[in-house]
Design a protein around this ligand. Sequence first.
Ligand code: SF4
Length: 273
Amino acid sequence: MMPVNSSNQEINVSDLLLYINCPRRVYFVNRGFELFSEVTASRLERIILKELSLNYPEIVKECSLNADNLYEELEISLAKVCTDLPLLFPRELACVTKEIFEDGEARARAKLPEIAANLRGALEEFGKEPMLAALTPVKTEPFLSSERLNLKGVPSKLVCFEGAQVPSILKPGSCPQQGVWASDRIHAAAFVMLLEAENGKEVPFAFVEYVSFGLLRRVAVRSTDRREVLKICREVEKIKAGVMPERKEEKFCKECNFSEHCVSESSLMSKFF
Ligand code: SF4
């Protein structure tokens, strides 16, 4: 086993998310392996919907009082996003075929009715002004870092809501019936802690936007979440210093880019230890 390096490498919030998926993924990514090999239609769908969600504030602002035109505005915006996408992600989309692009676009378009219905529902429940406050960034992708936490990261945006500046993260995956997924809670907690370190005052909550559904969830960060962030940070530090974590059979193993190396490195290690 490689010696543990005592000088800490700075940890990124994205390392924490990788760790939650599977600790070994941190090990491989830290050694320069690519997390994704190709852009599939489903990954493209997520990229499109995430990009579309950046236009929600504009769309909500433009929509009529009864939000009748919401769906049309979303459709117009989606078309623009798809036109602009190759300019925004030239490297990632360089090898994407026309078929995959069209498939990704069609998949994203199929989500629009649900997104429109949920945005309309939230507008009716909370009103336009609070919705706009929760969606509109005061800063987009700000860089946050804390020497004390040995952590850095870039939240999707900061918004000003009920007088507080809070982080908001965009999630293109599935959405729980209520609240947020446990991993999203940790993701939000990490940015809350970074923002607190940056601004020197308590950040009461964060937002998680489930962009494939047009749903916005508010999450109050608890001490247990903060404790979990610190715990994972310490584990990631060890992995970055050279410790390879135990291989656990994860639900992601089948579609994991590292499966080949993961098995061979495990059997190699077992020969020596
Ligand atoms: S193959 Fe499984 S255990 Fe190995 S890195 Fe991927 S998800 Fe983790």
